[in-house]
Design a protein around this ligand. Structure first.
Ligand SMILES: Nc1nc2c(c(=O)[nH]1)N[C@H]1C(S)=C(S)[C@@H](COP(=O)(O)OP(=O)(O)OC[C@H]3O[C@@H](n4cnc5c(=O)[nH]c(N)nc54)[C@H](O)[C@@H]3O)O[C@H]1N2
Ligand SMILES: Nc1nc2c(c(=O)[nH]1)N[C@H]1C(S)=C(S)[C@@H](COP(=O)(O)OP(=O)(O)OC[C@H]3O[C@@H](n4cnc5c(=O)[nH]c(N)nc54)[C@H](O)[C@@H]3O)O[C@H]1N2
Ligand SMILES: [Mo]
Length: 770
């Protein structure tokens, strides 16, 4: 448990700590995005590439899943419909740096394993298939044909298809995701873990049970029309910068914003919009009208207290707060919920939230008087032990006030990866509903397994105890993104074969199974030429809008295959040329895949035509479209009664959240700074309140080890600089993935099995060198 992860080829002595910023975006944002582009791509490619980003004839930004404005809402796209971090994501993919066979010949895997995620990512794009043979020290080139043969042989040799695991990250297109899950199911398993298991799984679980559909219920136009937007557990200034434009526009229309966060994130406080003149020269727009600096994991207590107040005020003036008509006609369980919240324990609420009762009352008043409320949330809610009940409590508030299925109101889980929602729609899930399986069987005349597969955490457990033997990843960086880094590394190393379909070098390539393959693939920005001509793919954003994405840049190497081609060729090799699925035709012409998507996936009828519309189309969502909740057990919008829960922290300990800096995309590290939080040239920092530092006897700037405490023992991440920071008392923050070694594999959310990345009990210990 104390094996040390690489701490750096970066000189942490250079690390500088300045004052955190009170605002986000503006000139530095634009300047940084152009500089990063030019550094990686050169000036001409930068100009050409950024011009196509998020335009109707261009490619979908490979950054986040925030939607683009739509014509039907009467909204225009700006010439530069992207943000600083989208530009960085593109620069990272469109870089001119290359990792070819010479690179692998020069660097043994043992050496690469000592490098940081940052260094690995900076080496550039992968250019040809590589294999690490059993016992070898270096990766060496392998032909595509031999690579597919090797995988097919290994898969055929397993005692059962359930010994293989097929991971997906959320950049995979709808077409690739659809053929991928089809291959996996035709082969015979539902072991389809994905990044969503670590991300919005808790939102999916809570929303499916309460609204009947695991997706958000608002559009961008709704955000612009809302009169109250509650942003909980989300840092849009860094992770969804274009959302700030929507918030600014809503504010311009008179909306109020409530931000609930342990950190005073720059983007939540003030916003300078680089798209307008005021943003470039002015002071920007103040965003949060109310900033609730909550303790980590205190949100369930907060929302229960708000519910309590709403009910109290409703009792005083019946019909003034609760949308009686909606509640009676369209929901179930209101009375039980109201009964539970009639009494709450205020001292306990204040302890759990760290908020003063007056502030909770102010927020409740805003919610009580709003006519159009939208709740937005991300990882600050989903990655907790009690994430599912917390999100269900948000739904309770929305249901009670009738805030679902009307303009300007609704639920808005803000997704991460640009196509993570689409991948799920296409069937990438370890427990797709029977209806979907039936449709697959009927469409293709094959039989697919019905037993549910393993999610991410269960996959790691299965590899550790020998039940999982082959690990295949469609994108992502499993080794760094998952919890309990040392155990996950052991899990991957115990496999007989690991395969990664990737664009760039990452840690997962250097934590190999007995044999390991790297299969390089096209990125979103690149041209995809197949036998029938140039192809496009489709994606679904956070608001269920499905649209086309066309890569325009020349591929990073002639050797690259598209994800679709990789799946189809592997499928033919594994399942035979006479398989009922026409794999070869699919590879030649993605329209043929889309015809099958239309036949199998609910809401996708006439798919080929509709994705060719300028803005694509929006998938159906019964609660949003018609206030129907047919997907729940009760057939109605369902109130949930949850016991109050919040993390308990022993004396002398802190509660640690692991989060993103402004200069990374998940495990891809763009740079070593976190501008908005005042950090320059270093990532091994732990943010702690000055009073907590004083109480713990740790000096600001001191180098400490972070030691997490769990029932099976301690985990250590060495050598972090303590940074005095205005976070909530008792709470700390450090960056993902450096801190993942501290997150215990068995610390997971109830119901969603999502790793608890936002509440790790730690102690600080002096760091001893050597
Ligand atoms: N540039 C960039 N964009 C990205 C990503 C990236 O890495 N870089 N990642 C993408 C992905 S996959 C995702 S899922 C999203 C992630 O988007 P976010 O969820 O914004 O990402 P995190 O950095 O994990 O930030 C969590 C936020 O929640 C707050 N928080 C933590 N715990 C609690 C809590 O208990 N209660 C409350 N109320 N707040 C809490 C934190 O202080 C922080 O502001 O972003 C996507 N977009
Ligand atoms: N401690 C902690 N852990 C976390 C989180 C946290 O907040 N804290 N957040 C979790 C969340 S929300 C998520 S979504 C996961 C992310 O988990 P992953 O999705 O597995 O990780 P990424 O870092 O996004 O994956 C980056 C890699 O994807 C590959 N890639 C990029 N583009 C493409 C492409 O177009 N095709 C293919 N095939 N490969 C491509 C590149 O090789 C790159 O190295 O991490 C989770 N882990
Ligand atoms: Mo995510």
């Amino acid at each position: 448990m104390t094996r040390e992860a690489p701490t750096g080829d970066v000189d942490e002595a250079r690390l500088e700590v300045g004052k955190p910023k009170g605002w986000a975006a503006g000139i530095p944002g634009v300047a940084v995005s152009l500089a990063r582009g030019v550094e990686q791509m050169g000036p001409v490619r930068t100009a050409r590439t950024l011009r196509l980003l998020n335009q109707r004839d261009g490619f979908d930004c490979p950054g986040c899943a925030w939607p683009e404005p739509r014509q039907i809402d009467g909204e225009k796209r700006k010439l530069a419909e992207f943000c600083e971090n989208g530009a960085k994501a593109v620069a990272e993919e469109a870089t001119k740096r290359r990792v070819g066979r010479e690179f692998f010949a020069a660097h043994p895997v043992s050496e690469l394993a000592e490098r940081t995620d940052y260094w690995l990512g900076q080496q550039g794009r992968l250019t040809e298939p590589m294999v690490l043979r059993e016992g070898a020290s270096h990766y060496e080139p392998i032909s595509w044909d031999d690579a597919f043969g090797l995988i097919a042989d290994e898969l055929r040799g397993l005692a059962s298809p359930d010994e293989a695991i097929f991971y997906t990250s959320g950049r995979t297109s709808n077409e690739a995701a659809f053929v991928y899950q089809l291959l996996v199911r035709a082969y015979g398993t539902n072991n389809l873990p994905d990044c969503s298991n670590m991300c919005h799984e808790s939102s999916g679980a809570a929303l499916s049970a309460t609204t009947g559909i695991g997706k958000g219920s608002v559009s961008l136009a709704d955000l612009h029309q809302a009169d109250l937007i509650v942003v909980v557990g989300q840092n849009p200034g860094t992770n969804h910068p274009r959302m700030l434009s929507a918030l600014e526009q809503a504010k311009g229309n008179g909306a109020k914003v409530v931000a609930v966060n342990p950190l005073p994130e720059a983007g939540l406080m003030r916003f300078k919009n680089p798209q307008n003149v005021r943003g470039v020269v002015g002071k920007g727009t103040p965003l949060a009208d109310e900033f609730a600096q909550i303790r980590l994991g205190g949100d369930l207590a907060l929302f229960q207290a708000v519910g309590h107040l709403l009910l109290q005020w409703e009792d005083a003036a019946p019909g003034s707060i609760v949308d009686r008509e909606f509640v009676e006609k369209s929901t179930h369980g209101f009375e039980d919920w109201a009964k539970q919240l009639r009494e709450i324990d205020w001292p306990e609420t204040e302890k759990a939230t760290g908020l003063a009762r007056e502030q909770i009352e102010r927020i409740a008043r805003m919610i009580a008087t709003s006519e159009r409320t939208i709740y937005c949330w991300a990882m600050g809610l989903t990655q907790h032990k009690h994430a599912v009940p917390t999100i269900a409590e948000v739904v309770n508030l929305a249901l009670a006030r009738g805030m679902i299925g009307k303009p300007g109101a609704g639920l808005c889980p803000v997704r991460g990866h640009s196509n993570v929602q689409g991948d799920r729609t296409m069937g990438v899930w370890e427990k797709m509903p029977e209806r979907f399986m039936d449709a697959l069987e009927a469409e293709f005349g094959i039989s697919v397994p019905r037993k549910h597969g393993w999610d991410t955490v269960d996959s790691i457990r299965a590899m550790l105890d020998g039940r999982g033997k082959v690990f295949f990843a469609m994108g992502g960086n499993f080794a760094s993104a998952t919890p309990d880094s040392d155990r996950t590394a052991d899990a991957l190393r115990s496999c007989s074969l690991t395969v990664h379909v990737s664009t760039k070098l990452n840690r997962s390539h250097v934590v190999p199974g007995r044999t390991a393959l790297i299969l390089p693939t096209l990125g979103r920005t690149e041209r995809d030429e197949q036998e029938s001509g140039r192809q496009f793919v489709t994606v679904e954003d956070s608001m269920s809008q499905v649209h086309a994405s066309r890569g325009r840049l020349a591929p990073a190497s002639d050797e690259l295959l598209s994800e679709v081609a990789i799946v189809c060729r592997l499928a033919e090799r594994l399942l035979g040329a006479d398989h009922p699925v026409p794999w070869r035709s699919f590879e030649k012409n993605y329209d043929l895949i889309r015809d099958r998507i239309a036949a199998v996936v609910p809401g996708c009828h006439d798919y080929n035509r509709r994705v060719r519309e300028p803005d694509g189309f929006v998938l159906p969502h019964a609660p949003r479209d018609s206030r129907e909740f047919t997907g729940t057990a009760t057939g109605k919008g369902t109130f949930t009664v949850s016991e109050l829960e919040y993390p308990e922290v022993p004396e002398g300990r802190l509660l640690l959240q692991t989060l993103r800096s402004h200069d990374q995309y998940n495990t891809t590290i763009y740079g070593l700074s976190d501008r908005y939080r005042g950090i320059e040239d270093g990532r091994r920092v732990v943010f702690v309140h000055s009073d907590d530092l004083a109480a713990l006897g740790v000096a600001d700037g001191e180098i400490v080890d972070l030691v997490s405490e769990w029932r099976d023992g301690d985990r250590r991440a060495p050598s972090f600089r303590a940074v005095s920071y205005p976070t909530a008392r008792g709470c700390a923050a450090a960056y993902f993935p450096e801190a993942n070694a501290l997150v215990p594999l068995d610390s997971v959310a109830e119901k969603s099995n999502t790793p608890v990345s936002k509440a790790v009990v730690i102690r600080l210990e002096p760091h001893h060198h050597g």
